[in-house]
Design a protein around this ligand. Structure first.
Ligand code: G3H
Ligand code: 13P
Ligand code: ZN
Ligand code: NA
Length: 280
């Protein structure tokens, strides 16, 4: 099956639905995404975070690419949260279909020039770029961003930022990596609406990180307001860990199978919720 993130997102834009991008760490995770997507006849994105890459290395990426190529539905392979030029330059050589340039630790001006540099390199290799503006609170793979640092995407800056040539913009509208606070998520849908107004004029699609923990109603409202890629990590990791710790199985292969089944169920639910089921 084809594996171009750009094509998957363009189809989603034309069809008014969103694609799930699921963070994977091992073979069971990769198979869970591919099998759930196949069963739902849906496109999907296999996503590798630098933390996962540090652990699994090139074999993890090769495994994603091979699974994507052999899948019966369109699957692409994406490098998540590239915070340094060094890791992104490596990612651009490894066969990813798309990369995320994460300059959230930089000033706006530095983020623009960082994003521009990587986008030009990626473009010459036909690799799609997602970039982020604003800063998410929450934790992911051991990286902690304190709540007080949370910063919403600025509409004025977004307009200038999209001139860098990016294909997808990761927005910060109150979304959070990992768990949402007890009080529940507080997404600024008016801000999303404004950003979508701008992005649709530029042919840029919107991405929402931190999709774990968002209720169905909010996910649907995000899709109505232009989100075409949802990043999902925590809920799938939790399904894996719960299966691992609660299973009575003592055989290695049985245990691997139990974790895969648990992850698959969560992924299939998200795929249906995102509206991409049946769109392969
Ligand atoms: O996690 C990413 C956010 O959605 C926006 O991207 O962190 O590069 O600002 P950023
Ligand atoms: P969650 O862990 O909240 O699903 O966020 C995933 C993510 O944004 C990966 O980049
Ligand atoms: Zn993220
Ligand atoms: Na989340």
């Amino acid at each position: 099956a084809g594996r171009s993130t750009k094509q998957l997102l363009l189809n989603a834009e034309n069809g008014g639905y969103a694609i799930g991008a699921f963070n994977v760490y091992n073979l069971e995770g990769i198979e869970a995404v591919v099998e759930a997507a196949e069963e739902e006849n849906s496109p999907a994105i296999l996503q590798v975070h630098p933390g996962a890459f540090k652990q699994g290395g090139i074999p993890l990426v090769s495994c994603c690419i091979s699974a994507a190529e052999q899948a019966r539905v369109p699957i692409s392979v994406h490098f998540d949260h590239g915070t340094t030029k060094h890791e992104l330059l490596e990612a651009l050589e490894l066969g990813f279909d798309s990369v995320m340039v994460d300059g959230s630790h930089l000033s706006f001006t530095e983020n623009v020039s960082y994003t521009k540099t990587i986008t030009e390199l990626a473009c010459s290799k036909n690799i799609m770029v997602e970039a982020g503006l604003g800063r998410l609170s929450g934790t992911e793979d051991g990286l902690t961003v304190e709540d007080y640092e949370a910063k919403l995407t600025n509409v004025h800056q977004a307009q200038e930022f999209m001139e860098t040539g990016i294909d997808a913009l990761a927005v910060c509208i109150g979304n959070v990596h990992g768990k949402y606070p007890e009080s529940g998520p507080d997404l600024k849908l008016d801000l999303l609406k404004e950003l979508h107004n701008l992005s649709s004029k530029k042919g840029v699609v919107l991405v929402l990180h931190g999709a774990s923990g968002l209720p169905e109603k909010l996910i649907k409202e995000c899709i109505e307001n232009g989100v075409r890629k949802f990043n999902v990590n925590t809920e799938v990791r939790k399904a894996y860990m719960d299966a691992l710790t609660s299973s009575k199985k003592t055989d290695l292969v049985d245990l691997m199978s139990a974790t895969k089944t648990a992850m698959k169920a969560v992924i299939a639910d998200k795929i249906r919720l995102f509206g991409s089921a049946g769109k392969a």
